[in-house]
Design a protein around this ligand. Structure first.
Ligand SMILES: *[C@@H]1O[C@H](CO)[C@@H](O)[C@H](O)[C@H]1NC(C)=O
Ligand SMILES: *[C@@H]1O[C@H](CO)[C@@H](O)[C@H](O)[C@H]1NC(C)=O
Ligand SMILES: *[C@@H]1O[C@H](CO)[C@@H](O)[C@H](O)[C@H]1NC(C)=O
Ligand SMILES: *[C@@H]1O[C@H](CO)[C@@H](O)[C@H](O)[C@H]1NC(C)=O
Ligand SMILES: *[C@@H]1O[C@H](CO)[C@@H](O)[C@H](O)[C@H]1NC(C)=O
Ligand SMILES: *[C@@H]1O[C@H](CO)[C@@H](O)[C@H](O)[C@H]1NC(C)=O
Length: 659
């Protein structure tokens, strides 16, 4: 069976390869339009309805794009929907990256080759449980900037980005023989406080200027008049979002408030739901999803399933909700295709429902990709972060009386080290505090290399520290991801207000930007381990690096395969394999226990390197380095129990946190 499928896939790919040709610029008879008289879309003049699924190219390695898109095609979808995260492409102001995993044009070509139309959600803001909703954090260099508004400080950067990006996608519009049938402007703007129609009008003009008059432009908002009021604008077709289990007719009625005529469109029909660290893993039953999908399709409506393939927040790309609750590394979403792209029972239920309304491609469906348990890998402590600060901080420290934020230091992700000395003797435990709740988001505190405690955002509880006047106070601050929804998206990260020790405001800081990703990718840490013998600090519970190496076994066919990384006894941190940042792990809080490791980052010819940055507590014991291991397993665990109860825990509310 498996071999048959593989052969079939190869055949399909040979066909695709033959049929591929760049889109010709000549005008064609291809049209995609809204028919207001008959409440439907028209493609090439014929009535058309899309059944689409969301996949974010930024959350799936390019290596697997084909595999996932083929599976979406096999489910009976005729379109996919994707977000374009601005901050993924313009990481440095004025410099654009569309290479490798960021190669949007190749992704669009692939969709076209497979026969999937594309609904492009162009931003500038996307939400999407993505850091800062896709806005680049460098926008915050101007402190007074009003994001997502007609503030000229904001618009000048929007205009510059859109000039580059919209010109890039123009050849991919349906009218130009490409796959893009419609383009979304902004995202759920009705959920944002600004309600600035001039901003939406500006975007409308900009999109029309670059993309022309023919392309269908649309907006998306929660299925309620209160959202549609500030989210919709004449000239942008208003669509709605709603999940399964509710009254479908009633939800589409909300769309009719903004669009009395035209096709019914649910732009985000939730197949699952997102997770937060410290909360239960979200699961939505396939029966509920199938029933509501059936109802939507029976009404003749258009639908996009959010997500169809969730993928992974690799590196530091996860967002957060407010009151501050960051999302984990996995964006599995309990979607019909798992985080690793495997068809689930939900996938087959959905395929069956779609089959009632249109012909789905004949099977067999591509199978799950094989997974391999490479087993326990011993790692060894290298040094604490503070002990390696000169190696990790490429630009050297900056001195400042009061703390500077990440944005002020022009470091936008990851970790920074703040160093000062204790101004007073703290022989008895003395309270160190952030009275204005300015630790964004988590601070690991050491005095003369000895761990003292953790300050966490929204927990305004001081910790007691001990040390002599003049002792070195080191504070490693982690940015755990920017808020992606609502009013809190403006966040500079780091120590954003002063810290106090007893009644003293701490001053005289030496602040280190840390280039951890670059140092890991360039092998600096591995070289250090091989070179001079460092004496590792005795403490196991200060933020430190642990290194390991492993070989892919010989004699087993089809290796390397995907795997999952587990952290038995470890607490919280970040992990890299061969310089690829897999994301954050936090089994001590959950619910995510294993991290997804895609096969393409593993090497069969060279020894694979693993770098673990443990922030709290490693399980390693004594000289013999006992228990100091991570483990590769062949099944994911995303629903681990979470011991943590949030101080600001709130009830699970499907409509307060839109995707
Ligand atoms: C669903 O909503 C419609 C329109 O508001 C209403 O007429 C209908 O009775 C509702 N159905 C159910 C089962 O509540
Ligand atoms: C701290 O205590 C030491 C002796 O324990 C003393 O010599 C020193 O003057 C004290 N420093 C301050 C700033 O109080
Ligand atoms: C810090 O010390 C004070 C006074 O001794 C005590 O009341 C408080 O509970 C301590 N706080 C922590 C977090 O241990
Ligand atoms: C830190 O304290 C100083 C002195 O009171 C004050 O001028 C400064 O504004 C404070 N910084 C922040 C970010 O609150
Ligand atoms: C692992 O690190 C070693 C030493 O830096 C290097 O020679 C090797 O190529 C690395 N392996 C991979 C797969 O990158
Ligand atoms: C987690 O999911 C697995 C597989 O679906 C299930 O067997 C297990 O009971 C779940 N555990 C918890 C704590 O919900």
């Amino acid at each position: 069976m498996e071999e048959v499928t593989r052969r079939m896939t190869r055949a399909v790919w040979m066909l695709l390869a033959l049929s591929f040709c760049p889109f010709s610029p000549s005008s064609s008879s291809r049209t995609f339009q809204i028919d207001y008289d008959n409440d439907c879309f028209r493609k090439d003049g014929k009535e058309f309805r899309y059944i689409s699924g969301s996949i974010h190219y930024s959350r799936v390695p390019r290596y697997y794009w084909k595999d996932r898109l083929m599976k979406m095609h096999m489910a009976g979808l005729n379109a996919i929907q994707t977000y374009v995260p601005w901050n993924y492409h313009e990481t440095i102001p004025g410099k654009y990256d569309f290479t490798g995993d960021r190669d949007l044009e190749s992704f669009l070509k692939l969709c076209n080759d497979i026969g999937l139309l594309v609904i492009l959600r162009a931003g500038p803001f996307i939400c999407g449980e993505w850091d800062m909703g896709g806005l680049p954090a460098w926008l915050l260099q101007k402190k007074s900037i009003v994001l997502r508004s007609s503030d000229p400080d904001y618009l000048q950067y929007v205009d510059r980005w859109m000039h580059v990006f919209l010109l890039k996608i123009k050849p991919f519009l349906y009218q130009n023989n490409g796959p893009i049938i419609s383009v979304q402007v902004e995202n759920e703007y009705g959920s944002y406080f600004a309600c600035d129609y001039d901003y939406l009008r500006h975007l409308l003009k900009l999109f029309r200027y670059y993309l022309g008059d023919e392309i269908v432009l649309f907006t998306t908002d929660g299925a309620d008049q209160t959202y549609l009021k500030c989210g919709s604008l004449q000239g942008l077709y208003a669509t709605v979002d709603f999940g399964p289990g509710g009254n479908v007719t009633k939800s589409f009625k909300a769309q009719r408030y903004a669009e009395p005529h035209g096709p019914m469109v649910n732009s985000e029909f939730y197949t699952g739901w997102l997770d937060h660290w410290g909360q239960k893993h979200s699961v939505i039953k396939k029966e509920i999803v199938a029933k509501s999908l059936d109802e939507i399709l029976a009404l003749g409506a258009n639908v996009n399933m959010y997500m169809f393939e969730g993928g992974t927040n690799f590196g530091y790309w996860n967002g957060a909700n407010s009151p501050y609750l960051p999302q984990p590394t996995s964006y599995d979403y309990d979607a019909p295709l798992s985080e690793a792209g495997d068809p689930t029972e939900k996938y087959f239920s959905i395929r069956k429902v779609i089959g009632k309304y249109k012909k789905v491609p004949a099977g067999p469906v591509l199978p799950a990709t094989p997974k391999f348990a490479y087993g326990l890998i011993q790692v060894k402590k290298l040094q604490s972060v503070a002990g390696l600060v000169n190696l990790l901080s490429f630009s050297g420290p900056v001195k400042s009386v009061y703390p500077l934020t990440f944005v002020e230091m022009k470091q936008y992700f990851g970790y920074m080290l703040y160093r000062t000395t204790l101004p007073i003797n703290c022989t008895k435990g003395t309270p160190l505090a952030s009275p204005q709740n300015g630790v964004h988001d988590r601070a690991y505190i050491m005095v003369d290399g000895v761990f003292q405690g953790i300050l966490e955002r929204n927990k305004v509880i001081p910790i007691n520290i001990t040390g002599q006047a003049g002792s070195t106070l080191d504070i490693l601050v982690e940015n755990m991801g920017r808020i992606n929804y609502g009013g809190g998206i403006h966040d500079s990260k780091g120590l954003v207000t002063n810290l106090t020790l007893a009644s003293n405001i701490l001053t005289g800081w030496t602040i280190y930007s840390l280039n951890i990703d670059e140092a890991v990718a360039r092998g600096y840490l591995t070289k250090l381990q091989k070179g001079q013998r460092l004496t590792p600090p005795a403490e196991v519970n200060v933020p430190s690096f642990y290194l390991g190496a492993f070989k892919i076994p010989n004699g087993i066919p089809d290796l390397p395969q995907d795997t999952y990384l587990k952290f038995p006894g470890w607490s919280k941190g970040q992990v890299w394999i061969n310089g690829f940042n897999l994301g954050r792990y936090w089994p001590a809080r959950g619910p995510q226990i294993t991290l997804y490791v895609p096969a393409h980052i593993l090497s069969t010819s060279a020894v694979n390197n693993i770098t673990v940055l443990e922030l709290e507590n490693a399980p390693c014991v004594g000289e013999l380095n006992t228990n100091c291991a991570v483990e590769f397993v062949d099944t994911p665990v995303l629903n681990g129990t979470s011991a943590y109860t949030s101080l600001h825990s709130r009830t699970f509310n499907r409509y307060s946190w839109h995707a």
